[in-house]
Design a protein around this ligand. Structure first.
Ligand SMILES: *[C@@H]1O[C@H](CO)[C@@H](O)[C@H](O)[C@H]1NC(C)=O
Ligand SMILES: *[C@@H]1O[C@H](CO)[C@@H](O)[C@H](O)[C@H]1NC(C)=O
Ligand SMILES: *[C@@H]1O[C@H](CO)[C@@H](O)[C@H](O)[C@H]1NC(C)=O
Ligand SMILES: *[C@@H]1O[C@H](CO)[C@@H](O)[C@H](O)[C@H]1NC(C)=O
Ligand SMILES: *[C@@H]1O[C@H](CO)[C@@H](O)[C@H](O)[C@H]1NC(C)=O
Length: 786
């Protein structure tokens, strides 16, 4: 270990830059939240969607699944429909022979599609594990039939769980995979060469790769080179067994091997170490790599590579890092000096050779001497450093998420500048949308894509359609890149710092199309600079309560970065008499001193916005207990947003406006079922369905029970109150209900939000009664004061 540290200090420490601070998402959207609807495609017999490929026109999504290839109509981002499905199952003989090799028939022996690549305008290339006997085929996209099915050793792995990479360029296929049953013979090869014959199967010799895990590949059109990204055991660090590192290898597209030396082998193979490390630790294991090509015809920009890395030394889902690499730097490293391999010692010698022919294209005619040199000197002396010297983003913290896959898009903001947005899939099933700024990353939002963490093998982005496709074991999910209308006010729209969204003052809405007058400040989110000052605050919600009740005033947090504060008649509250709950609500005992006007204000990045106003006034004491429970229920149920919402007053969730843009969305899930309540307190605030209220109340009860109130209750009173409350409520319930309709200022009719389903049950539906009764059980411990 000491050696390791020393080594690391020697080789890497001077290159390390300060790590970026860990950021957290500004807003969390749980699965199928009405504010962030997703579109799902699944079918009972479709499993393990391992590969995704989008047609050039973006209207068809090809999906490699277990024993099948599908084509989906995705021309409308709001719908997915099945166009075609081609079964591609191994024959019974193949399955039997797979089982005879001690493989599990269900787990290992189906045909899992490893590769789906365009070959030419009419055909796709597909390669699958095919019962541990890889097969490939051409798929005619017009007739959706499979042709030329044949065995395909060396084109994709035998093992369905092994990672591989493949890319087609001008009808030629380049693959990085293993070519044997055990998966021990790594191989970078070319197939379908136009010059045919002898050059058809260029390969790497064994000592060039050391137990690699292939991750991704990419084509550099300008230099005619292919890049392969992988993780392997680093032989240059031979002190440490199994020291792994991320690698980048290159070969030339038109390499046809040597004439006598390196026949049918790459003459252009070279590799380099990819470094992604923060001050605290090196991130050596590459998980995913995305190639961001500059826009067609834009020569001023270079290709950029974005990689997700994890650490070899942390177990389980440790922290992960995102690093950016520049093409320019990669070219520099491959044209610099090289290390030399000493075949007699089977190791790299410390001597460094200046580059002669290593990594060059067109060595077909080179002399044997030159090719011998190339053969033993293929590892660049310099490493490819991450741009900026270190990670763009490191996920850390106690609940640190691990990232597994990423895609990257650029988009033009209202100020005409291009911004880069990363979409990172976490190991907990969320997609993080991260804006890259000079000052550091900003996590605009996180969207839950599935409940159970999934092994996702494919993530695909379509900038033109503005969506991300996630292929997982249960099907395909479409995540829109942005959903601007979930931001209800200019302030919230600007605070989001989402380059896809800007506030349109004319339409009074946060939208995707940036108008000339659009309010947006992607860099700093400065609301005061770009939004007109707030002209109104929400109308106060009037609450008549009896004295000595415990009242809980709700207030929804517009974002997870906002802090909420309460004032009474404009003055801050003392902590002795008021308890601010983790969900932002305020609880206190109503006494003469605590009557008055309460205002809940959110504060984020220096911007204040009133979220709710309550006018608490006294009431006669005849209905104490029943009123308490009713008040509680109702308060939790409607929240401040019940008022005709002034644009700037409404918290982030307003179910009334979202559905129009999410035609395929399913009913919102009950947030209480997720174990995400700590992370996303804002999710509960706006819940308006009676069933959801019940759960929230149960939890609220616990919250308060654990809070500062305990001391003020006497056990005896509690027991008596429980009985009293139960009896009284049964008797009073009917009365009170009826009476409340006419007299109570807080009547359910007034409280029901349009479109939340409350009307359809009638204003006195059973679910609410359930809630009240549940509430009664909690009552004694929580709130009854006599
Ligand atoms: C296929 O999906 C199942 C879950 O549905 C998963 O357990 C299994 O590991 C997947 N197989 C592969 C090869 O990804
Ligand atoms: C694809 O779906 C759209 C509607 O979402 C439909 O208009 C179109 O005709 C479909 N295309 C094909 C080829 O089925
Ligand atoms: C595409 O390639 C296949 C297989 O090589 C060939 O049969 C087909 O004619 C090609 N199609 C076009 C349009 O070139
Ligand atoms: C090899 O060299 C000969 C003559 O020196 C030349 O005619 C031929 O084009 C070269 N071949 C390649 C592939 O560069
Ligand atoms: C509360 O506010 C309302 C209107 O905003 C005002 O009429 C009323 O006097 C205020 N009550 C107190 C106690 O300040």
């Amino acid at each position: 270990m000491t050696r390791l540290l020393l080594l690391w200090a020697l080789c890497c420490a001077p290159l390390v830059s300060p790590g970026s601070p860990a950021a957290r998402p500004r807003i969390s959207f749980l699965l199928d939240s009405s504010d962030r609807g997703l579109v799902h495609f699944s079918q009972r017999d479709v499993h393990n969607t391992t590969t995704l490929l989008l047609s050039d026109d973006g209207s068809t999504l090809y999906v490699g699944a277990r024993n099948a290839i599908l084509s989906l109509n995705v021309s409308d981002p709001g719908f997915i429909t099945l166009k075609d499905k081609r079964d591609w199952s191994p024959s019974q003989t193949d399955i039997d022979s797979c089982k005879n090799k001690q493989k599990n028939a269900q787990v290992d022996c189906p045909n899992f599609i490893h590769v789906l690549q365009p070959l030419n305008s009419s055909h796709l290339y597909a390669c699958g594990s095919y019962a541990y006997s890889p097969h490939d085929a051409l798929l005619d996209t017009r007739t959706f039939t499979l042709t030329s099915v044949s065995t395909a050793k060396g084109r994709c792995p035998f093992n369905p769980f092994e990672r591989n990479t493949a890319i087609t360029v001008d009808g030629e296929l380049f693959t990085g995979t293993t070519r044997d049953f055990k998966g021990t013979q790594p191989f970078i090869s070319r197939h379908f060469s136009r010059d045919g014959g002898q050059a058809a199967r260029l390969e790497t010799s064994n000592d060039l790769l050391n137990e690699p895990t292939f991750i991704s590949s990419s084509f550099d059109k300008k230099e005619g080179k292919l890049y392969f990204f992988f993780t392997e055991v680093l032989k240059e660090f031979r002190y440490i067994k199994e020291h792994k590192g991320a690698r980048l290898a290159q070969v030339c597209k038109d390499d046809i091997g040597g004439q006598r030396t390196l026949q049918k082998k790459w003459t252009s193979f070279a590799k380099s170490l990819l470094l992604c490390q923060s001050q605290q630790q090196p991130f050596a294991i590459l998980q995913d790599m995305f190639t961001l090509q500059p826009p067609e015809g834009d020569s001023s920009k270079e290709t950029l590579f974005y990689g997700v890395f994890t650490s070899q030394w942390s177990q389980g889902s440790g922290p992960s890092a995102v690093c950016q690499f520049k093409m320019e730097k990669i070219r520099d490293v491959f044209s610099g000096p090289y290390k030399t391999f000493d075949p007699s010692k089977q190791q790299l010698s410390p001597a460094v050779t200046q580059r002669t022919a290593q990594g060059k294209c067109g060595l077909w005619n080179a002399s044997d001497v030159v090719l011998e040199g190339v053969k033993k000197s293929f590892l660049s002396h310099n490493s490819v450093q991450a741009a900026g010297g270190g990670p763009l983003l490191v996920s850390t913290g106690p609940n640190g998420v691990g990232y597994s896959r990423l895609v990257v898009v650029t988009t033009q903001a209202a100020n005409q500048r291009e911004y880069t947005v990363l979409l990172l899939l976490t190991d907990k099933g969320f997609l993080h949308k991260v804006l890259l700024l000079d000052g550091g990353p900003h996590i605009i939002e996180e969207v839950q894509v599935f409940k159970e963490p999934q092994l996702v093998k494919s993530l695909l982005v379509s900038s033109s359609k503005g969506v991300v496709y996630v292929g997982w074991s249960g099907g395909v999910t479409v995540v829109p890149l942005a959903h601007c209308s979930s931001y209800p006010s200019c302030g919230q729209c600007v605070l989001a710092q989402d380059p896809f969204c800007s506030w349109d003052p004319a339409g009074q809405a946060c939208t995707k199309s940036h108008t000339l007058e659009a309010a947006q400040d992607v860099e700093t989110g400065n609301v005061m600079k770009v939004c007109p000052p707030l002209s109104s605050t929400p109308d106060p919600v009037e609450l008549q309560t009896a004295l000595n009740e415990v009242l809980i005033l709700p207030c929804a947090r517009p974002s997870d970065l906002a802090t909420l504060s309460w004032t009474l008649a404009g003055l801050p509250l003392d902590q002795k008499h008021f308890l601010q709950r983790p969900d932002g609500g305020l609880s206190f005992v109503v006494v003469a001193d605590t009557l008055g006007n309460y205002t809940c204000t959110s504060q984020e990045a220096g911007y204040h916005e009133v979220q709710a106003v309550f006018a608490v006034t006294p009431h006669s004491s005849s209905t104490v207990r029943a009123r308490t429970s009713l008040g509680w229920t109702r308060l939790r149920a409607f929240g401040p947003a019940t008022d005709p919402p002034p644009v700037e007053g409404d918290p982030a969730q307003d179910p009334t406006e979202a559905p129009t843009e999410d035609p395929a969305q399913e009913p919102a899930q009950d947030p209480a079922q997720d174990n995400h309540d700590e992370v996303q307190p804002s999710q509960e605030g706006g819940a308006a369905r009676p069933t959801a209220n019940c759960r929230i109340q149960d939890r609220s009860g616990e919250d308060v029970r654990g809070g500062h109130w305990q001391k003020s209750y006497h056990t005896e009173l509690v027991v008596v109150s429980l009985l009293l409350a139960l009896c009284a409520s049964v008797v009073l319930l009917g009365l009170v209900h009826r009476w409340s309709q006419r007299v109570l200022p807080v009547s359910p009719k007034v409280l029901a939000r349009p479109g939340d389903g409350t009307e359809s049950q009638g204003s006195q539906g059973n679910p609410e009664n359930d809630c009240i009764l549940k509430q009664e059980h909690l009552a004694p411990e929580v709130k009854v004061m006599v």
